[in-house]
Design a protein around this ligand. Structure first.
Ligand code: CUA
Length: 261
């Protein structure tokens, strides 16, 4: 009972300011909750493919055990002399090809949907460094003709406040509005990194001297956690990504405070 109260306490007291953090949970097996149409598409494709995988594995396992059974002298003393047949070979060639064709249709449509950048309202450049991320909002310029640019470092364990996630929280989050087409330009300053946020369905390599591009359209407010996903050196595991999706009004406020800083 005391434990129940302890667990519910933050929910009761801080309910008005409570928001779900999109991150991993203990013993998680499936995906994190999607926040973009792309991630919804990825999860749906995964579920579609699971159907084919289940049918194929059950069928192949059944055939394997049936073969083993009939290979036994006790069960089948007079083996068949059949070595090959045109019909069976056509069936086991055409059927898998046909399955692959069926799978290819939703797979390709998702692939091209992920590649599409629909006339973005905001462009954000993210640069991977050893071992932190830099975010540049070059759409906005302040009085000194400087655009918004800031570093995003992981919070060390001793600086964490109650409720903040170890190895995932950063000092400066990337803030973006919901329901807006956003272009993210990804690059790196030193070595290969990868900008990845599972809930948003984004994993984009950050390559020095090269600009990669992805798009985001976040459907709900929230805090989305991700990590660098390309081995980039000793602190590879300590350069997390935090994306905070807020209503457009709050985003405009955030931009104006950043510009006056
Ligand atoms: Cu940066 Cu791994």
């Amino acid at each position: 009972m005391i434990n129940l109260f302890r667990n519910l306490f933050p929910f009761i007291v801080f309910l008005p300011t409570f928001s779900f953090a999109d991150t991993t949970e203990n013993w998680q097996l499936g995906f994190q909750d999607p926040a973009t149409p792309i991630m919804e598409g990825i999860i749906n494709l995964h579920h579609d493919l699971m159907f084919f995988i289940c049918v194929i594995s059950i069928f192949v396992t059944w055939m394997l055990f049936r073969t083993l059974w009939h290979f036994s002298y006790l069960n089948n003393p007079n083996p068949s002399s059949l070595t090959h047949g045109t019909l069976i070979e056509m069936v086991w060639t055409i059927t898998p090809a046909f399955i692959l064709l069926i799978i290819a249709v939703p797979s390709f449509s998702l692939l091209y949907a992920m590649d599409e950048v629909i006339s973005p309202a905001i462009t954000i450049k993210t640069l991977g460094h050893q071992w932190y991320w830099t975010y540049e909002y070059s759409d906005y310029i302040n009085e000194d003709n400087e655009f918004i640019e800031f570093d995003s470092y992981m919070l060390p364990e001793e600086d964490l406040e109650l409720g903040q996630l170890r190895l995932l929280e950063v000092d400066n989050r990337m803030v973006i509005p919901v329901n807006t087409h956003i272009r993210v330009i990804v690059s790196a300053a030193d070595v290969l990194h990868s900008w990845a946020v599972p809930s948003l369905g984004v994993k984009c390599d950050a390559i020095p001297g090269r600009l990669n591009q992805t798009s985001l359209f976040i459907k709900r407010e929230g805090v989305y956690y991700g990590q660098c996903s390309e081995i980039c050196g000793i602190n590879h595991g300590f350069m997390p990504i935090v994306v905070e999706a807020v209503p457009l009004k709050n985003y405009v406020n955030w931009i104006s405070t950043k510009l006056t800083e």
